[in-house]
Design a protein around this ligand. Structure first.
Ligand code: AMP
Ligand code: FE
Ligand code: FE
Ligand code: ZN
Length: 291
């Protein structure tokens, strides 16, 4: 039996609606799924209802973008670090603290996205922010991110693919990149716990700490802040990394998780492709907070 504990819907930057994901999961032979949209719980009720109809276990989740410094004040002292995402699994979707964070993150996005578009215009790309808003509206999302801007660039013929848009324009370090405010790790982990969830260090490879000792030190600091688990199985993790992260989790006394990080047609990754053992879901389910 298998599960997939990391995926996105049209509520953020996936291309499949929350109510269609469970049927796809069932067809892929999955017995449990978590919906983990970026900074929003908007898709959870519809996904849960469809899971109940189909008899698949549902894990309400969220994926928060976190500042890669782990202590307040340390946030910008981390030039070599890349992306830090924390998944909340088994969260209450209507938790007021989490709602407040969603609101803050949306504001951060809404001030950053027009800045990206302005930079693109400076680079000679003829794009209007209105076009991005229209696309988001078409897809029914309120969480607008770089993948949506990328799609507008594809439509207008400036780039061939989402990947192309990132590597030429909007990835970190590229000419139209704009940083957005992110949550301190403490706040993300506390909010997830307050909402009854488990905090999971998502796709550690994306942090960019290639030295295993440095990554272990960093993860131990996250554990000090309350981290519950490490996502060991992920589409970006080669087998050697899966082994490294599994050993690290064991050593630090953390649980393990896994998922495909499915984004629909936006990324060349299939739902359920990580073949995550159902036992991983069961262990997390046992550990979840019952409040
Ligand atoms: P944003 O939330 O606006 O910062 O956009 C981040 C999202 O863009 C991530 O969740 C990924 O889905 C996608 N993304 C980030 N980096 C890349 C990349 N290099 N290539 C393709 N997609 C990416
Ligand atoms: Fe994404
Ligand atoms: Fe992520
Ligand atoms: Zn994700």
């Amino acid at each position: 039996m298998f599960c997939d504990l990391h995926m996105h819907s049209t509520a953020s930057d996936g291309t499949v609606t929350p109510d269609e994901l469970p049927a796809m999961a069932k067809a892929a032979g999955l017995s449990a799924i978590a919906l983990t949209d970026h900074d929003t719980t908007a898709g959870l009720p519809a996904c849960q209802a469809a899971c109940e109809t189909l008899g698949i276990a549902f894990v309400p989740g969220i994926e928060l973008s976190v500042d890669p410094g782990v202590r307040p004040g340390e946030e910008h002292d981390a030039p070599r670090r890349g992306t830090l995402h924390i998944l909340g699994l088994f969260i209450r979707h209507d938790d007021p603290g989490l709602k407040q964070i969603e609101h803050r993150m949306r504001e951060a996005r809404d001030s950053r996205n027009p800045a990206i578009v302005a930079k693109l215009q400076e680079l000679g790309v003829s794009i209007d922010y209105r076009e991005v808003l229209d696309l988001a509206k078409e897809q029914g999302t309120e969480i607008i991110g770089r993948p949506h801007i990328a799609q507008v660039l594809i439509r207008k013929g400036y780039v061939k693919s989402v990947q192309d848009a990132f590597t030429r324009y909007i990835a970190q370090g590229k000419p139209a990149y704009v940083r957005r405010d992110r949550l301190p790790a403490t706040e993300a982990i506390d909010a997830i716990h307050q909402a009854g969830g488990l905090a999971v260090f998502a796709h550690p490879v994306q942090l960019g700490l290639t030295d295993p000792d440095e990554l272990e030190y960093f993860t131990a600091r996250l554990r000090d802040l309350g981290l519950d688990a490490v996502e060991v199985l992920h589409s970006d993790h080669l087998p050697a990394l899966v082994r490294q992260y599994t050993q690290m989790a064991q050593k630090l006394g953390l649980l393990t998780s896994g998922g495909s990080d499915y984004h629909g047609s936006r990324k060349p990754v299939d739902l359920g492709s990580q073949r995550v053992p159902f036992a991983m879901y069961e262990q997390l389910f046992q550990a979840r907070r019952r409040t």
